[in-house]
Ligand binder design. Structure first.
Ligand code: TMP
Length: 215
């Protein structure tokens, strides 16, 4: 099949950074800090999330998080939301040179649907190729920590969604799938020891950003 009818622009001057990890890993606080740092340097930052980030994808997100469905439906929904997000928000922002900070992206599909649910990884790879063509994040922070620690952080949080309500064994599979993804694409990932103190985690992130010459 030719991918021509769907062709996306191939090169973009912006920087695409994603944040991944099991629920309760503490990404949000550190995304806030990095966003402020980049903005203080006069950069345009587009902060977004998956599933979501466009009116259509946010509608799909609500279904995805709260309605029961089989794993294929779940996977197709999240990739449909991703395609809309990529074409409507992420690629246009990168094309004008913005810094896109996205809370989760396709690594989450490999981790949650692939690792957590056991969905076929080859099919995920095919869908990834169709939906994203060659586009991948420039950098992915992987917040890694034991599921038991993450669960204790989540215990005080809001009403859990379909994923947050899963047991420790599910999150251990998700964690291992994230780590395998990092082994396959080591140049893209920065591993963060997320069970450290918030100050120590912030320090790890700053170090990585400085090493890239971004701060
Ligand atoms: P969050 O935005 O609060 O982290 O919630 C999104 C939830 O959706 C989270 O539990 C992970 C899950 N998820 C998947 O299962 N697959 C995906 O591809 C994405 C992006 C998220």
């Amino acid at each position: 099949m030719s991918s021509q009818p769907f062709a996306l622009p191939q090169t973009t001057p912006g920087v695409f950074i994603t944040f991944e990890g099991i629920d309760g890993a503490g990404k949000t606080t550190h995304m806030d800090t990095l966003e402020r740092l980049l903005q203080s340097q006069g950069r345009e930052v587009v902060r977004t999330r998956e599933p979501g980030g466009t009116p259509l994808a946010e509608k799909l997100r609500a279904l995805f998080l709260h309605d029961a469905m089989d794993p294929l439906t779940e996977t197709l929904l999240v990739f449909a939301a991703r395609r809309d997000h990529l074409t409507q928000v992420i690629l246009p922002a990168l094309a004008r040179g913005a810094w896109v900070m996205c809370d989760r992206f396709t690594d989450a599909t490999f981790a949650y649907q692939g690792g957590g649910r056991g969905f076929d990884l080859q099919i995920l790879g095919t869908l990834e190729g169709w939906v994203q063509e060659r586009h991948q994040p420039d950098l992915t922070f992987l917040f890694d920590l034991p599921p038991a620690v993450a669960a204790s952080r989540l215990a005080a949080a809001r009403q859990p969604d379909r994923f947050e309500a899963q047991d420790t064994a599910f999150f251990e599979r998700v964690r291992q799938a994230y780590l395998r993804r990092r082994e396959q694409q080591p140049e893209r990932f920065a591993l963060i020891q997320a069970d450290a103190s918030p100050e120590a985690v912030a320090e790890q992130i700053l170090h990585i950003v400085q090493a890239k010459g971004w701060a």
